[in-house]
Design a protein around this ligand. Structure first.
Ligand SMILES: [Zn+2]
Length: 110
């Protein structure tokens, strides 16, 4: 797990909500209880999206037919972002998908 995931999980594990209608006579400061799961998950998922995008994903490989040389059909390998399925280019040094921003892991392909 990376440090961003750890920090988000830590904050979610400790997320508390302030109880506004506590008894002023009985307590000299406010009271808190754990944040309800729905509110927590709604807000966590927004930040989880950023963390997931920063975690490198291997692109999907597929073959295609192109006509490069003298119009002769040639089989070529193309790569698609595993997140948005747009074409990404290992030889241009794409570290991120230029369509959706997903970090790319080329370690198996180069
Ligand atoms: Zn993408």
């Amino acid at each position: 797990m990376n440090k961003y995931q750890e920090a988000l999980d830590f904050l979610c594990d400790h997320a508390m909500e302030y109880i506004e209608d506590f008894d002023w006579e009985e307590y000299d400061c406010g009271d808190y209880y754990p944040l309800d799961k729905e509110t927590l998950n709604t807000n966590k998922s927004v930040l989880q999206e950023l963390i997931d995008r920063a975690m490198p994903m291997e692109p999907n490989e597929e073959t295609a037919t192109a006509e490069f040389i003298n119009d002769y059909p040639t089989t070529v390998m193309i790569y698609r972002c595993a997140k948005c399925c747009e074409i990404v280019h290992p030889f241009d040094g794409d570290l991120y998908c230029r369509h959706c921003g997903q970090a790319l892991d080329w370690s198996d392909d180069q």
